[in-house]
Design a protein around this ligand. Structure first.
Ligand SMILES: Cc1ncc(COP(=O)(O)O)c(C=O)c1O
Length: 365
């Protein structure tokens, strides 16, 4: 079976550096909030071009703690897209905040300035913009300008877009605070869970630093509500330090795979994503068709895995018990019933890409 992602190939190719990183940590005997975490936070901030990064246990905590740090609390409205797998909504529900769902552009599959303006006019207290599938939200700079003029914090969710740039500027360096996941399948993935926030605001970084460790102002003195234990461990930090210098070359290969797909998939029943250039880092290669389930089954017969990211708009999730029954976001809904993700990962060979393209081309809808 051709997998959607091959994490074994990914980690085996780096076995020596992983072994060295783990040995370093074992020899030191310091496993939580030690020198590897501090060094990774500095190196990651430098990579992004921001002054501070605070590492965390996962990307969902990053969203929740970032929201708490900018002051979001129970009952506050927060704008978010509904096509990004429920992660921001999960963070909002944990706080008791109210999601205000905004639609996406059908081509970029990310949100727009106009939708953010609609949310601001409705009184949201913060906006979360998700750079989905590896694509930098095209209007992110204008959205940042709008949020600044309305004095509403902008949070970037970069969990699928490590290293993507817009006009030469890294995503994650544009909003007030940005959130990353290092889940193993991410463009920069650990060998377990991990996450981080990044910001140029020292106060926000300090607040997240406290929120991730019981709300301590000093050891055993708790000053901050809404806190928890959410720390990246030394082993994952050491591994991420080995991986970070390879991120750009992995992203380049992902982009190359996307270009190969674009050059070889010719089936007229399939619509290809508009993605090229440094604003796209190939996290997921997502095509569209009128019958995605049929194509998925066909690919499976041909021993090719595919996925749907994501099948259910957040506001249609059963957890809401019909609370948003009257809400319609046409582009979000149209995407949910037409998208299909093809394999795209740095270790994929050209031959494997051609194998997928041939299978897609031979499918008759
Ligand atoms: C867009 C997006 N945001 C947030 C998350 C949450 O990250 P994590 O799984 O590390 O909690 C993910 C990934 O899972 C994601 O894809």
């Amino acid at each position: 079976m051709l997998l959607i992602n091959d994490l074994g190939a990914h980690s085996n190719a780096l076995r020596n550096s992983i072994d060295a990183a783990l040995s370093r940590v074992l020899a030191r005997g310091w496993f939580v909030l030690g020198p590897e975490v501090m060094a990774f936070e500095e190196e990651f901030a430098q990579y992004l071009g921001v002054s501070k990064s605070v590492s965390l246990a996962n990307g969902t905590d990053a969203l929740e703690l970032a929201l708490r740090a900018v002051g979001i609390g129970r009952g506050d409205g927060v704008a978010t897209v509904a096509n990004a797998g429920m992660y921001t909504t999960t963070a909002l529900l944990a706080i008791g905040a109210d999601p205000f769902y905004i639609d996406v552009d059908p081509s970029s599959r990310t949100t727009t300035l106009a939708e953010c303006e609609r949310a601001l006019d409705a009184g949201v207290k913060a906006i979360v913009v998700t750079h989905l599938y590896g694509t930098a939200t095209p209007e992110i700079k204008q959205i940042a300008g709008l949020c600044a003029s309305r004095k509403v914090p902008l949070i970037e969710d970069c969990a699928q877009a490590h290293g993507a740039k817009i006009d030469g500027k890294m995503v994650g360096s544009i909003g007030d605070i940005s959130c990353f996941s290092f889940y193993p399948t991410k463009n920069l993935g650990a060998l377990g869970d991990g996450g981080a926030i990044a910001t140029n605001n020292a106060q926000l970084a300090e607040t997240v630093g406290r929120l991730r460790q019981y709300g301590w102002s000093s050891k055993y003195e708790v000053a901050l509500g809404g806190s928890r234990n959410s720390r990246l461990d030394e082993m994952q930090a050491a591994i991420l330090r080995e991986f970070l210098p390879l991120l750009d070359q992995w992203n380049a290969r992902r982009r190359e795979i996307a270009r190969l797909y674009a050059a070889t998939i010719t089936n007229p029943a399939v619509q290809l994503p508009a993605c090229d250039g440094e604003n796209y880092v190939g996290h997921l290669y997502v095509i569209q068709t009128k019958q995605p389930a049929n194509l998925r089954a066909y690919l499976k017969e041909k021993q090719i895995a595919s996925e749907v990211h994501y099948p259910i708009p957040d506001y249609r999730q059963p957890v809401f018990n019909g609370k948003f029954a009257d809400l319609r976001l046409p582009n979000t809904e149209q995407l949910a019933c037409s998208i299909l993700t093809l394999p795209c990962y740095p270790e994929m060979s050209d031959e494997q890409v051609y194998q997928v393209s041939e299978a897609v081309n031979s499918w008759q809808s």
